[in-house]
Design a protein. Structure first.
Lengths: 114, 112
């Protein structure tokens, strides 16, 4: 595997379920990100991790819980989601956090909340 | 509040034509303006980026034009090809960190 991988690629869950999204980067990067891509809104940054420490939380509801156990893996734990949370969730990574460090995106997980 | 406004939402161009996508920003602290290209089923990929110390940057068929006083920047795709059909996003960020604010996206279709 190369680049940034995400699993699963598609997920359907009920509002009472608990599920997790997984992201893995094979680029040796130190920063990882979660974004939400909705049909009717611009791409929204959710969380930023740098060297496994959360450095940004962009006012995301607590039903989304990120976890970064090491610099290669990032999880997004989901519980009691709402239908409006249905979206494409994108993971990205970069070598560092300053400008000039390109963010590499994974293919995303298409989440549908029923 | 949307800090980066992108237009048009969709664009159809004939093969060989010029595709033009525009973005306007509000935050004068933004000083890095990348464009991303996204194909169906893929994540966005960096296409080209510009800083406000230059008014234009060209890479192959892709050119960014930047107007600091108007707080606008645009992407021009010369000699557009069917393989350029994708969704294009402009973005902006400030010097600290790497937090990108994205525009709403433009779905480009290049007809053969």
């Amino acid at each position: 595997e190369t680049g940034v991988t995400q699993t699963p690629r598609h997920l359907v869950m009920g509002m009472t379920n608990k599920k997790s999204l997984k992201c893995e980067q094979h680029l040796g990067h130190n920063a990882m990100y979660w974004y939400k891509q909705s049909a009717k809104k611009p791409l929204e940054l959710m969380f930023v991790y740098s060297l496994e420490e959360r450095v940004e939380n962009n006012s995301v509801p607590s039903r989304f819980s990120p976890e970064c156990p090491n610099s290669s893996h990032l999880f997004l734990h989901l519980h009691t989601l709402q239908p409006e949370d249905s979206a494409l969730y994108l993971c990205a990574s970069s070598q560092g956090r300053g400008q000039g460090y390109e963010q590499y995106f994974g293919p995303g997980t298409r989440l549908t909340v029923t | 509040q949307q800090q980066v406004k992108q237009s048009p939402q969709s664009l159809i161009v004939q093969k060989g034509g010029i595709s033009i996508i525009n973005c306007a920003y509000e935050n004068t602290a933004f000083d890095y303006f990348p464009w991303y290209q996204q194909f169906p089923g893929k994540g966005p990929a960096l296409l080209i980026a510009i800083r406000p110390d230059v008014s234009e940057k060209k890479e192959g068929r892709f050119t960014i034009s930047f107007n600091k006083s108007a707080k606008q920047f645009s992407l021009h795709i010369m000699d557009s090809q069917p393989g350029d059909s994708a969704t294009y996003f402009c973005a902006a960020s400030m010097d600290a960190g790497n937090m990108l604010t994205f525009g709403g996206g433009t779905r480009l279709m290049v007809k053969p």
